[in-house]
Design a protein around this ligand. Sequence first.
Ligand code: GDP
Length: 296
Amino acid sequence: MQRCGYVALVGRPNVGKSTLLNHLVRFKLSITSRKPQTTRHVLLGVDTDGPNQAVYVDTPGIHDHARREMNRQMVRAATSVLADVDLILMVVERDLWTADDQRVLEILATHGLARFVVMNKVDLMRRKEALLPAMATMSERGFDEIFPVSARKGSGLEPLRRAVFERLPEQPHLFPPDQITDQSERFLVSEIIREKLMRRLGDEVPHHLAVVVDFYQESERLVDIAADVVVERPGQKRIVIGEGGEKIKLIGAEARRDIERLTGKQVMLRLWVKVRPGWSNSAAGLRRVGYDPGRR
Ligand code: GDP
């Protein structure tokens, strides 16, 4: 029986998320960059090991939001990000716990999901005897499991991987173990576009939009892509397009850059914004509409 699921990786910039992923993920997606400000892509990487597959995803904006006042809108935004995941992995720096960490934890706690905390960089702890009490404190914060690791040294990671796999639901794998197929590239492309939309639109448009990749053709040097951004109301369409088309142009340019990095080829990306009233009521989730061509 195969296990497969989404794991949300949460953590302040510089706590070592990229370093951790590099160790966890054998089949590494090239869209991950090492710079803190660019590690916000929705899909980070896939860790496949025999019957197990963990798909690591990012939670864009959760730390931006944490800086603002906690309100319902913020909780809703985080909810839409976390709706589809099976497990939350929160990365912190050894025994440090900031106000930002606390606010993020409060958002996470509103989801009935399993929560692990990874105490990274334990190699920097001078007093080893401080580790056990620090783990106890983490446990009091309501984490299901606690993993002291050093991502840089690669220590403590195997128990973490095994525990992650154990929490994933029994279902077939989403990705082939060692290659990116056309289908999964379409999926990645729609995820990249969706992430840029979320980031650039902020709270302006509720998370009632979907991205459907209509056309995807890859030749030796070029990838030609057409995608629909589906919204519910004409007012939302105006916001997505922006004044004089500025917003959608910017979103398209940012997405194109990331897709070029992903494919290693030149990318032509055409985005169309379409209004389809009520589509989200019938859809099980944004993501599903985004990558299930059978629905169209
Ligand atoms: P991210 O912004 O959360 O993705 O963090 P990065 O993975 O880019 O790491 C931030 C910095 O912390 C880098 O300089 C890493 O080399 C360093 N780092 C990551 N993990 C460890 C660790 O386990 N121990 C130590 N000492 N440094 C680490």
